[in-house]
Ligand binder design. Structure first.
Ligand SMILES: Cc1ncc(COP(=O)(O)O)c(C=O)c1O
Length: 387
């Protein structure tokens, strides 16, 4: 059986390592300096934070406090994203502007917006002062084209590495080593996964954290609720995967949610005053050292997604937790995102037709299973003008 969610990227050894991890300030400091060095930021402008959205919000607030942009300015974000990104932009006091996904010359819709789209948005909106690139699924953008637009309009670039830590742009540079600020998420299912957490690195030497943020005075995570949730999720999820064989996993997950022992990934909080734990820093540090230039997920555009997922489920492939089922996911937050569907038709189409495959299964048996799932998906795949 293969899964997309439920911490299916955790092996039994990972679950053990995660649940009983013990870290110290030494690990925390080592992760901070490793990230500062890797992404070319000063240590004083690098901080480990509570979540990916906290990192994005802090980076944007730093753009404002450094006088590079002002409250109310507009920030371009991918028209196919997580509500976390939207939340971060708004919490920084800025306005998100959605950019529609790129359509390649062969008609295929790609999971990111293009530099041309960025430029056309700027031409109609003089308040756009910054843009976020997320390289969805680890599928990289043509960064050189974006750099031209950035230079022409004096924009700030935030590289969001939630999906693409360790990946490279087509010109060979590592993602996260190009923009003005680099943000990482260590959330569930991300390139680096410690269930929650994040980091921010201000790369531009003219940027610094707002005076209201003191990275040496961050609070520790609460001992109840928050901390056990981060510790035990991989174990809880492994039990859910086991129960799914008898279709009982939803009762187990429902109970855990009710007890507040777990929370949905999209409900991770934005907390500017709370730090990553030492043990999560230790786990993240290990993962950073093991990073490879591999995509986070494979993606396909299919004709009839419902039928495709149904057939996949019939063969034991649980691939429903795909990214993203709506242009601003998850669906329960979509309405409040006020997504401009008429301006982003490619994103609307893509979100309604995309299917993902996991890339983390390694054993020959698992690889055979993923190949069998891919074969099913290929039968539903859209060819030609739409994909
Ligand atoms: C593209 C992208 N960026 C940032 C985040 C924020 O991550 P976090 O849940 O750690 O706040 C997400 C979360 O799903 C995401 O998909």
């Amino acid at each position: 059986m293969i899964f997309l969610g439920l911490a299916s990227n955790y092996t039994a050894r990972d679950i053990w390592r995660h649940s009983f991890a013990y870290g110290t300030k030494k690990h925390y400091d080592a992760l901070e300096s490793t990230l500062a060095e890797r992404y070319g930021g000063d240590l004083s402008c690098t901080s480990l934070v509570y979540s990916g959205r906290t990192a994005i919000c802090l980076a944007l607030k730093s753009f404002i406090s450094s006088g590079r942009i002002k409250k109310g300015d507009h920030v371009v974000i991918n028209g196919f994203t997580c509500h976390a990104v939207l939340e971060a932009v708004k919490a920084a006091g800025l306005e998100p502007v959605f950019a529609d996904l790129e359509r390649a010359a062969n008609g295929q819709i790609l999971p990111n917006y293009s530099a041309d789209t960025l430029e056309s948005l700027i031409k109609n909106d003089s308040k756009i002062k910054a843009f976020i690139l997320q390289n969805s699924f680890g599928f990289p953008v043509d960064i050189r084209q974006f750099e031209k637009v950035k230079a022409k309009y004096n924009l700030l670039l935030l590289e969001d590495l939630a999906h693409c830590t360790g990946r490279k742009y087509p010109d060979g540079r590592e993602i996260g080593t190009v923009g003005d600020a680099t943000c990482l998420s260590f959330g569930k299912g991300k390139s680096i996964d410690t269930i929650t957490g994040g980091a921010v690195i201000l790369r531009d030497k003219n940027l610094s954290f707002p005076s209201s943020f003191d990275k040496t005075k961050l609070k520790r995570r609460e001992c109840t609720g928050d901390a056990p949730r981060a510790s035990w999720y991989p174990l809880f999820a492994a039990i859910a995967r086991g129960l799914s064989h008898v279709h009982l996993e939803k009762y187990w997950l429902g109970l855990l949610l009710k007890l507040k022992w777990i929370e949905r990934s999209a409900d991770t909080k934005l907390k500017l005053d709370v730090s990553l734990t030492h043990w999560q820093a230790k786990l993240a540090l290990r993962q950073v050292k093991l990073l490879k230039n591999t995509a986070l997920r494979e993606f396909f555009v299919v004709d009839d997604r419902e039928a495709c997922l149904k057939e996949l489920a019939k063969h034991g492939f649980r691939l429903k937790e795909l990214w993203y089922e709506v242009p601003v996911a998850p669906e329960r937050y979509y309405k409040q995102a006020k997504f401009p569907e008429e301006k982003c038709p490619n994103a609307v189409f893509f979100a309604a037709h995309v299917v993902n495959l996991p890339t983390w299964y390694k054993s020959p048996r698992q690889k055979r299973e993923v190949a069998a799932a891919r074969k099913i998906i290929k039968r539903y795949e859209l060819k030609g003008a739409t994909k």
